[in-house]
Every structure is written in C-alpha cells, then in structure tokens.
Design a protein around this ligand. Structure first.
Ligand SMILES: [Zn+2]
Length: 428
C-alpha cells in the first residue's frame, strides 16, 4: 500500500510505501495497486497515551475496551495505557491479561494495561507487581491513579520492587488529608464560590517527597497530570540533579482555567469542568505550557476519563471528576502549543508518541517514521477547523469541556502496523 502526499513532521511532500506492517520505502511518485491520498496531511508517528481510563471491567456503561480504543484511533492513537482503577481493580495478572486480551481482540489500537501499585488501590499492601510484569500483558507501568500512594514506606517499596524489571511507578500526586472534600482549585474563585479548595501544595508536597524517594532508591518515577507552576519547579529541580523523573500534562490543563467554574459558556458550577487535579489558574497554564516546551514536562497524556451522563449532569458537589480527551487531544495541543509557537510538529511527535512509548517501554510504538519502522502512522490536517460535537465521538461517554468550541485540526487517518483503523476521519 502507498500512502501518498504526506508531510512527515510537517516537512516536504512524500509518499510512504507500507509492506508487512512496516515502512518499506519513503520517496516521491511511488506507485502501487492500493493507495491512500493523504492530501498534504502531516504524518506523525502513531500517538501513544500513557494515561487512559477504559473502564472495563466494571463500568461498561461509561466505556469499554472496544469503544475506548475506537475513540483512541479516532484521536490518532495507536497505543494506550489502560489505568488500573477498574472493577475489579487491575491488581492481578488475571485482570491485566483480561484487559490486554480484549485489546488484542478488537485491535483498534494496542492496549497496555497499567497495574495497580496496591491491592484494591487501598494503599495498604503492595499488589503482585512481579506477576503482572511477567504476565502476557508484560506490565511496566504501575499506578493507583485516582488515588495517591500516600504511605511513604509503601511508595519506597514499590519504587524498589519495579527496578527488577525496569518498571515505573506513575504517581497520582494528591495528599489526601489536604484535599479532603476538595471540589476545585483552592484560590480566589473557590473562596468566592464557597467550594472546598484543592490546594496546589497537596500536589507539590507529594511530588517533592516522591522525587526524593526515587533518587534515594535509584528508581524510575513518573508523575501523572502535573497541574501547578510549583510542581513544574520541583520537577525541574529534580531533573537538574539527574534523577530519573518524568511527568505528563493533560490537554485540558494546557488550555482551561478555574474561572470556568464561575463563569463559562455553559453557565456557572457546570460539572463538565470538574476534574482531578482541578483546573488551575492562568499563571499555572502558562507555566505548564513553558515546561512542556522546554522539556521539563516530558509528555502529554489525556487522562481520558469517561463518565455516563447521570454521573456528570448533576449538582457540582455530587458529580464525578474527569473529562473524555482522546478525540480532542491533538487539536487542543495544536491550539495551546503549536498555534502559540511553543512547539513544532517534531516537538509534538516527541511529546505525544516517542517519549510516552519510551516511558512505557513499548518497543514497537513511538518510532520515527523511517524505513524499517513499524507503520504506526497518524495523518493530521492542521488547517481544518472543527466544531466539537460530542455526539460524533466514538467514546461511549460525552463529558467533554469543548462541546461547541471550534478547535484547529482534524485526524484524517490512523494506521496500526500498516492497517488503517481510521480513514477520512471515520473508523474503518
Ligand atoms: Zn489521576
């Protein structure tokens, strides 16, 4: 098959010949029996998400492996890491293998289960990390995401344990006692609205502690969804020491701010903006963008968190936290980082494909688009303008904060090892 008229990382127009799931040739004027016209689209290595909630097993009303990976493919992803806070929790080899097998069966994108750090996400006892690593799912990323591993001794043991198989602990940094009952960012607006605040220090204190622990035991640490300017400063300091710390930012924390809770196109107190960690201030957003540009923040991860309508369209205090994100991630990154001149397309490819694959230790993903590489390719038209219509999502859930917004760009096609999962913006 020939993929014609594409610009690799925004470069010159070329054609790509794909054979046996790999890139066989890159050139101009390539001919073949089967062709796909890229129409001048940018070709990126297939996107890799380090932080997706697929909700299966247990909350198939919100999302399934099938719909979540369809959503991923439509967003240009060829691999996702499925978070462990399912029901039952993915804390055994049996559950991670179940999720991994479902991913293989539907084959819209690769599914790499994340293993829980502690049994039942309860923060009391380490889960069977070694058995999950040795399972068919070959788990390398472990996280209690949704909850923080707040016991320093358990966190230390987990960091030590995963060294044996080059695993990484991905921490949801939230000091639980500082955030009891927290509803939104602690600041001027939470004070005015009378909502319990989620202070920046609750994130930053855990990040500082865990960077020190990771350095102490010489292990790999990843920080999920960094959301404050102070977190960025701590991670910058840890990296300057040469410590093995990586981190992610979500698209929504690069674009949206806490004042939307008070005043937005969809009114005040609209739970569509309720998310954990919460939307922060404009100064935080600016710091996160600068840190993603200079490499202090390594990657963008979606924290795609589907919720059914009844869990989201309710009063603020009762609503579930989280937003769907797979199908809008690249557009939001274009808006926040590319249109602002902070990143070029090579920079986007690093932060949304190459480096997340490296952190997750995925061999066949996040490879530069070169001859011999697996043909995991995303075609993206940055000149398109799309009004976000949640009813068109492949995701089972609709809880997007971007409904009705016009965002730049459109995923034209996605190829997983040479096989199209999306063509002309539609699932194959
Ligand atoms: Zn989280």
């Amino acid at each position: 098959m020939i993929i014609r008229n594409v610009r690799i990382l925004g470069g010159e127009l070329v054609d790509i010949r794909v054979a046996d799931g790999e890139i066989a040739e890159i050139g101009t004027g390539l001919e073949g029996p089967e062709t796909v016209d890229g129409g001048g689209a940018i070709a990126l290595p297939g996107l890799v998400d380090l932080h997706t909630h697929l909700r299966e097993p247990g909350r198939e009303d919100a999302e399934t492996v099938q719909t979540g990976t369809q959503s991923a493919a439509r967003g240009g992803y060829t691999a996702v890491h499925a978070m462990a806070n399912t029901s039952p929790v993915a804390d055994t080899a049996g559950v991670v293998e179940q999720v991994w097998r479902l991913g293989r069966e539907f084959a819209h994108c690769d599914v790499h289960p994340v293993g829980a750090v502690t049994v039942g996400l309860e923060g009391k006892q380490l889960a069977e990390l070694g058995a999950m690593a040795d399972s068919a799912a070959r788990v390398r990323v472990f996280s209690d995401d949704g909850k923080c591993v707040d016991d320093a001794v358990l966190m230390r043991r987990a960091l030590e344990y995963v060294k044996a198989f080059d695993g990484v602990i991905a921490q949801h940094a939230q000091e639980p006692r500082l955030t009891a009952g927290a509803q939104m960012n602690e600041g001027v607006i939470s004070g005015r609205l009378g909502l319990t605040g989620w202070p920046a220090v609750a994130e930053e204190a855990i990040i500082a502690r865990d960077c020190l622990l990771a350095a102490h035991v010489g292990s790999r640490l990843h920080i999920c969804h960094v959301s404050t300017a102070g977190s960025v400063e701590i991670i910058r300091w840890a990296k300057s020491k040469g410590w093995n710390v990586t981190c992610e930012v979500t698209p929504h924390h690069l674009l949206l701010t806490d004042d939307l809770v008070e005043d937005s196109p969809v009114g005040a107190y609209n739970p569509i903006y309720k998310v954990n960690p919460p939307l922060r201030t404009r100064a935080d957003v600016e710091a996160l963008r600068a840190a993603l540009a200079d490499g202090t923040i390594d990657i963008v991860a979606t924290d795609h968190a589907p919720h059914p309508v009844e869990d989201k369209e309710t009063e603020w205090s009762a609503a579930a936290m989280g937003m769907v994100g797979l199908e809008t991630a690249l557009s939001v990154v274009q808006e926040a980082m590319v249109e602002t001149g902070l990143l070029d397309w090579a920079g986007v490819a690093q932060r949304m494909s190459v480096v997340p694959a490296r952190i997750g230790r995925l061999g066949g993903q996040g490879q530069p688009l070169e001859v011999g590489a697996p043909a995991n390719i995303t075609l993206y038209d940055p000149s398109a303008r799309t009004e976000v219509d949640p009813s068109a999502f492949a995701s089972k859930s609709r809880n997007t904060p971007y409904e009705g917004m016009t965002l730049p760009g459109r995923v034209v096609a996605t190829f997983l090892r040479g096989r199209a999962t999306v063509l002309e913006g539609k699932l194959v």
